[in-house]
Design a protein around this ligand. Structure first.
Ligand SMILES: C[S@@+](CC[C@H](N)C(=O)[O-])C[C@H]1O[C@@H](n2cnc3c(N)ncnc32)[C@H](O)[C@@H]1O
Length: 294
């Protein structure tokens, strides 16, 4: 169960979700026709070892990413990675400050082409950032990287400024795989923080999910607890939404566009899971949103 000041590393609580999505990216990269290739995802999985390495070697048939849900989840991560990669390519011109909110094991600082002088700020919990730094110690980032160890439920805008972020210059932000792990109040604080630090011409992209039926959500939580695991999906997420991102940013002078995940899967030639499947229920709630500040 979550508490207001809970913390984690790469194998526990919300930190383990960073490893889970990295493993999905690594499996996507193994396909003959990957939608997106993140070569560092495999590096992280091998550094943790155990079931995460076995998964990549085809030796963990029981792993959650090898289930029917897992197959859909890998497709989802493939197209999600492509969405945010493409967003950065479009954002690049004239934007020298990149902010990865809840960076987790995002390797974009190491694998995308950045203009000279670009600074990538990576915000996450300290132990998650430490694992990443140790694991990628032998690799060279393609932009200046600044790690900002902070809890995004606290005063992260100040921490970002303290690390050299300049609100007078344009910036490009992402919140990928983050909002569901924040209560509604912290989501509002996150949007407000982005808006207050983003100079005109800045961009933001977020992944969001509309809440599921409250009773069905509680039942899922109970199911997980009864199975003896409180460190699994429904016990880590909040099932809250402050406000749809396109609406919130749209009302504050940003031009915003939401793409429902099923549309994005179809656009990339990947199947949309059946509505009555576990992955289908999730897919129908998710949108990918990009916005430009006028
Ligand atoms: C599903 S992972 C996504 C990571 C990355 N954005 C990606 O897509 O690969 C969620 C990340 O959010 C981070 N996170 C969640 N809540 C946070 C908070 N309150 N403060 C800082 N980081 C947080 C976790 O540590 C984890 O790295």
């Amino acid at each position: 169960m979550r508490t207001d000041n809970d913390s984690w590393d790469i194998t526990t609580s919300v930190g383990s979700t960073a490893l889970f999505v990295a493993a999905a990216r690594a499996l996507e990269a193994q396909k003959p026709d990957p939608v997106a290739v993140d070569p560092f995802a495999e590096v992280f999985c091998r550094a943790v070892g155990g079931e995460w390495a076995e998964l990549l070697d085809g030796r963990a048939p029981e792993h959650a990413l090898r289930t029917e849900f897992g197959v859909d989840f890998v497709n989802f991560q493939g197209v999600r990675t492509k969405y945010f990669d493409s967003y950065f390519r479009a954002a690049e011109a004239g934007i020298g400050q990149i902010v990865l909110l809840a960076a987790g094991l995002d390797s974009r600082a190491y694998r995308l082409d950045w203009a000279d002088g670009t600074v990538v700020f990576e915000l996450d919990q300290p132990q998650v950032l430490e694992f990443k730094q140790q694991t990628l110690a032998g690799h060279t980032p393609r932009a200046a990287r600044r790690e900002v160890a902070v809890d995004l439920r606290d005063d992260w805008p100040q921490a970002l400024r303290d690390n050299g972020f300049d609100p007078a210059k344009p910036s490009a932000w992402i919140a990928e795989g983050l909002l569901i792990y924040l209560p509604a109040g912290a989501q509002r604080q996150l949007f407000t923080g982005i808006d207050s630090l983003a100079a005109p011409g800045s961009r933001a992209a977020v992944e969001e999910a509309s809440p599921m039926d409250a009773a069905a959500f509680e039942a899922k939580r109970e199911e997980e607890r009864a199975a003896g695991d409180e460190n699994t999906f429904f016990n880590l997420v909040y099932n809250e939404q402050h406000e749809a991102a396109a609406q919130w940013f749209g009302a504050r002078g940003w031009r915003a566009e939401a793409t429902p995940l099923p549309d994005w899967l179809r656009a990339n030639g990947r199947p949309v899971p059946a509505e009555d499947s576990e992955a289908g229920a999730m897919t129908s709630t998710i949108s990918l949103v990009s916005a430009i500040k006028a």
